[in-house]
Design a protein around this ligand. Structure first.
Ligand code: MEV
Length: 322
């Protein structure tokens, strides 16, 4: 008997505050959830109910999920559903996305977490176990990204500020002061798997150079966590700038990301860094108030008018919530 689905489920997007890439090598990382990154609604299809349809207009995604599909989204979703208790057919899934797709904000993890919630929630007829949701999401994430650390799935499922370390339980981090971020999509597409592979290749070529950088990125996580809980935004700002420079030396920044960081700071942000895999994707700029964040967005609209042209990928402000 085909599995049913819950009527709707949500998942967070994410920004990595500290520890992207180094987390792949066992260092800790610190990330914040972007609330309601994706909401998926499931409705039964009329008979013969022999397909699953997935539509997320904001991501230009309109797919029929069939076993012979080679589309990575279809393959990832079908693997998640099979793991949850498949086969699932006869459903239309409509997604409302508040984060752009493929921009380093955890869109693939949000999709697989929301899907796992729909399916596992139906099995238990309620809120499914968080670790099971994360484990199911990881099955899809491996289709997208090869060998992800798991941080994206953990934050997409849990939300809030999360301290993550591979193989250890996640810890929620309480903030000592309010913190706003301006999330600035560069509009440059990139592939997480390829960027992770690029860092691995650089590390293979010069491990004695790259390993200390990976270690230093891990140290920034410890200091960043203390600064977040201790309300030391001045310290957090300095650590953020250092993180961006270190990520640049791993080869994952781009001139455009450097320019966006510099412009955000010029327009008043406390500091800025790339977030996620880099190579494009997004920059985050730290602000202590919403007014400052709005001012940074306004300033960026003058410096980079092209950014605001596509509303789905315009810079936006979020308050970081623990
Ligand atoms: C991607 O959001 C973060 C990376 O560290 C990859 C991973 O953790 O799997 C670049």
């Amino acid at each position: 008997m085909p599995l049913a689905l819950q009527p709707s489920a949500v998942a967070c997007g994410k920004v990595i505050l500290f520890g992207e890439h180094s987390v792949v090598y066992g260092q800790p990382a610190l990330a914040a959830g972007l609330a309601r990154g994706l909401t998926l609604h499931a409705t039964p299809l009329p008979r013969p109910r022999d397909a699953i349809e997935l539509s997320i207009p904001a991501w230009d995604l309109d797919l029929r999920l069939t076993p012979d599909s080679e589309h990575p989204v279809a393959r990832a979703c079908l693997e998640v559903l099979a793991h949850c208790d498949g086969p699932v057919t006869g459903w239309r899934l409509e997604g409302e996305a508040r984060i752009p797709c493929g921009a380093g904000l955890g869109s693939s993890a949000a999709l697989t977490v929301a899907l796992a919630r729909l399916a596992l929630g139906a099995v238990v007829d309620g809120e499914p176990d968080l670790d099971e949701v994360i484990a199911a999401s990881m099955i899809g994430e491996r289709v997208f990204h090869g060998t992800p650390s798991g941080i994206d799935s953990a934050v997409a499922a849990r939300g809030g500020v999360v301290a993550f370390e591979r193989g250890a339980p996640c810890q929620a981090v309480a903030l000592g002061a309010s913190l706003w971020l301006v999330v600035i999509p560069s509009g440059i597409p990139r592939q997480t798997g390829a960027l992770v592979a690029g860092v691995a290749a650089r590390r293979d070529r010069m491990p004695e150079v790259i390993d200390p950088i990976i270690g230093a990125l891990g140290q920034l996580v410890h200091r960043g966590r203390a600064a977040l809980t201790g309300a030391r935004l001045d310290v957090l700002a300095e650590l953020t700038s250092v993180a961006h420079e270190l990520l640049g030396s791993l080869g994952v920044s781009l001139p455009m990301l450097d320019r966006l960081c510099a412009a955000a700071v010029e327009h008043g942000a406390l500091a800025a860094k790339l977030t996620g895999a880099g190579g494009g994707g997004c920059v985050i700029a730290l602000c202590d108030t919403e007014a400052l964040a709005r001012g940074v967005i306004e300033g960026l609209a003058h410096s980079f008018p092209e950014l605001a042209r596509a509303p789905a990928s315009a810079p936006f402000a979020v308050e970081v919530e623990s």
